[in-house]
Design a protein around this ligand. Structure first.
Ligand code: PGA
Length: 247
C-alpha cells in the first residue's frame, strides 16, 4: 500500500445506482497513491466486487469490537473483510457524537479491525471550542494515547486529523494549523511506536476539495486526505487523487 492515501467517506450517502461513481473513480486511480472509498455498509460488497482487479480499495465506516454474537444491527470487522473491505474508518467525530463512542470503544474496535486484517483509519480532532480555548494539541494527543498503545499494529494503522469545525462546513484548517497538528500527531505516535511512527500515514480531513487539495498536500507530515462530500462523485474526487499523486 502506497503511503499517499486518498480516502473517501461516503457517510450515509449512496444507493446502488451510485455505484457507477465508484467504477469511474476506480478507472482513474493515478499510480503512486492508494485510493480508497468507504461507502455505506450495504454497498461494500457490491463495490468490492465491481472494483476487484482495479487499484481502488473499498472500506467500511465503522465496525463492532466483537467478532460475532448477540449485537442486533451491528457489523463485525470480519464481515467487512468477508465483503471485500481492506480498511475501516474508526472513531469518526460523527460517531463519537451521535453514537457516544468512547476512546475505550474505539481502542477495542481498532484491535478487532486489525485482527480481521483491516487497515484502521483512526480519526481524531478537536471542536471549535477546544481550539478557541487553546487546547487543540493536548486534546488530540489525549485521543491518540487513549485509543492506541504499543500492541496496535502500526502497519495496519492510519491517523486522520479532522477538526470538527472543518467537517462539512467549507472551512478548512490553515496550512499552519495543519502542519502544527500533524507534527504533533507524528511526535505523539513516535512516543508510542518509536521510529515506525514515520511510516504511519497521516491524513487531513475537513472540507477537502479539488481547489484546496494541493495546498493541503504540500504541508509537512500530510500523507493524504479523508474526504467526505467531495468523494461522492468521480468528477470531484478524481482531481483530489491527481493532486495527491502530483504532491
Ligand atoms: P467533509 O467530511 O470532507 O465533507 O468535510 C470529511 C469527513 O468527515 O471525513
Amino acid at each position: 500500500m502506497a503511503k499517499k492515501i486518498a480516502a473517501g467517506n461516503w457517510k450515509m450517502n449512496g444507493l446502488m445506482g451510485d455505484l457507477p461513481q465508484i467504477d469511474a473513480i476506480a478507472a482513474a486511480v493515478p499510480t503512486g497513491i492508494t485510493a480508497l472509498i468507504c461507502p455505506p455498509a450495504l454497498l461494500v460488497a457490491p463495490a468490492a466486487a465491481r472494483t476487484a482487479g482495479t487499484a481502488l480499495r473499498i472500506g467500511g465506516q465503522t465496525c463492532h469490537s466483537a467478532a460475532k454474537g448477540a449485537h442486533t444491527g451491528e457489523i463485525s470487522a470480519n464481515m467487512l473483510r468477508d465483503a471485500g473491505a481492506d480498511a475501516v474508518i474508526l472513531g469518526h467525530s460523527e460517531r463519537r457524537q451521535d453514537q457516544g463512542e468512547t476512546d475505550a470503544d474505539i481502542a477495542a474496535k481498532i484491535s478487532a479491525a486489525q485482527s480481521a486484517g483491516l487497515q484502521a483509519i483512526f480519526c481524531v480532532g478537536e471542536s471549535e471550542a477546544t481550539r478557541d480555548a487553546g487546547h487543540a494539541l493536548a486534546h488530540v494527543a489525549d485521543q491518540i494515547t487513549a485509543a492506541l498503545n504499543a500492541n496496535c499494529d502500526a502497519q495496519q494503522l492510519m491517523v486522520a486529523y479532522e477538526p470538527i469545525w472543518a467537517i462539512g462546513t467549507g472551512k478548512t484548517a490553515t496550512p499552519v494549523q495543519i502542519s502544527e497538528m500533524h507534527a504533533h500527531i507524528r511526535a505523539t505516535l513516535a512516543g508510542i511506536f518509536g521510529d515506525t511512527a514515520q511510516d504511519i500515514p497521516l491524513l487531513y480531513g475537513g472540507s477537502v476539495n479539488a481547489t484546496n487539495a494541493a495546498e493541503i498536500f504540500a504541508c509537512p507530515n500530510v500523507d493524504g486526505a479523508l474526504v467526505g462530500g467531495a468523494s461522492l462523485t468521480a468528477d470531484n474526487f478524481i482531481p483530489i487523487m491527481q493532486a495527491l499523486a502530483a504532491a
